[in-house]
Design a protein around this ligand. Structure first.
Ligand code: CP
Length: 374
């Protein structure tokens, strides 16, 4: 039995109830989430993780589960978004987010347009608005936007008919990072579930420490919102200068005492430390930071082998994380990157697909109509 979603020009089979990660509600959940994130024009966006509620996030995870099977094919490509165009508009450096969105779009058979600020007419003085409107005029269905200023992806929605996805904006949010982080934790829990037992649907019961420069981190903001919506308990750890000045509205606790919470954790999530924070006197030296707030070799040795270690990348080995800790068997850092492609496939399909029920057998087909894609 299959649960199906609809997308124009392609058919897509999702796992059904009884299959790992599948529920009959998957399509409905994704559809509900789509409605929640739709603007007045009906175009769907993902600017904040709050554009998805708990069921919306689970709907994305079920789609990612379905795409996992596609990723394992010799030619990992399906025609789900054939005829669609995805533009990546990165005004700030990126390795993971940009490449995984581009890989995700290609695996769904979308065309990809890649904009790079440093080689664009921005260098000749063209404005952000004119740049966006120029790309919109070429006909794109989705824009993935990264910018150093908070709020730019939200503003871009007003300048385009395309769906806008926030690829990380200033100190605001990085919603697809939060989705892939939660999906990766959930996947690790599924892997540990004994045969015959029901796997957990969300992150209930997990105690997660987010450690580092929480105050300036868009990843921390989106992760707190996503993890707590999925039932996890989150504690923020860092020097007081790098913790939020107020926790009003944040369903979390905060402490500067990493060692005090270390033994109670299920997940240690390290954030990247930017060297300019030390220059701004928000931090002691990098060496002292590593001793007090890093996942040092000694702290890593204290961790139970079931405690998961995560980092969004890029890592500063030897600052927030000791090289040995990054390479522990319980480290999910490479899995986070791998799952990033699946999650971004799910997000693009969710935003650009029709969102309703679709004919069965959809992912059974390929661009060439069956078997492997050429
Ligand atoms: N995690 C993350 O956003 O990495 P990039 O800056 O390489 O995209």
């Amino acid at each position: 039995m299959t649960t199906t979603l609809e997308t124009p020009g392609a058919s897509t089979t999702l796992p059904s109830a009884g299959q790992p990660g599948g529920t009959p509600a998957a399509g409905a959940a994704a559809g509900a989430a789509a409605a929640r994130s739709a603007g007045a024009s009906g175009v769907r966006h993902l600017v904040s993780i709050t554009d998805l509620d708990r069921d919306g996030m689970l709907g994305i995870f079920h789609l990612a589960d379905a795409f996992k099977e596609v990723a394992e094919r010799p030619i990992p490509r399906v025609p789900a978004l054939r005829g669609k165009t995805v533009a990546t508009l990165f005004f700030e450096a990126s390795t993971r987010t940009r490449l995984s969105f581009e890989a995700a779009a290609k695996r769904l058979s979308a065309d990809v347009m890649s904009f790079s600020a440093s080689s664009s007419s921005l260098e000749k003085g063209e404005s952000l608005r004119d740049t966006v409107e120029t790309i919109d005029a070429m006909g794109v269905d989705a824009m993935i936007v990264r910018h150093k200023s908070s709020g730019v992806p939200s503003q871009v929605r007003a300048w385009t008919k395309a769906s806008v996805v926030n690829g990380g904006d200033g100190q605001h949010e990085h919603p697809t990072q939060a989705l892939l982080d939660c999906y990766t934790i959930r996947e690790a829990l599924l892997d540990r579930t004994p045969a015959g037992e029901t796997p957990p649907e969300d992150l209930r019961g997990m105690r997660i420490a987010i450690v580092g420069d929480v105050r300036h981190s868009r990843v921390a903001r989106s992760d707190v919102l996503a993890m707590t919506a999925l039932g996890a308990e989150v504690v923020l750890v860092g020097p007081r200068t790098l913790l939020p000045p107020s926790l009003d509205g944040w369903p979390v606790k905060a402490t500067p005492d990493f060692d005090g919470v270390l033994d109670s954790l299920d997940v240690v999530y390290l954030l990247r430390i930017q060297r300019e924070r030390a220059q701004a006197a928000l931090l002691p030296s990098m060496e002292e930071y590593h001793e007090r707030f890093g996942l040092t070799r000694e702290r890593a040795a204290r961790l139970d082998e079931r405690v998961l270690v995560m980092h969004p990348g890029p890592m500063n080995r030897g600052v927030e994380i000791a090289p040995e800790a990054a390479d522990l068997p319980s480290s999910l850092i490479t899995r986070q990157v791998k799952n990033g492609v699946l999650i971004r496939m799910a997000v693009l399909f969710h935003l650009l697909g029709a969102g309703g029920p679709l004919p069965a057998g959809a992912f059974g087909g390929t661009e060439s109509g069956g078997g492997a894609d050429a």
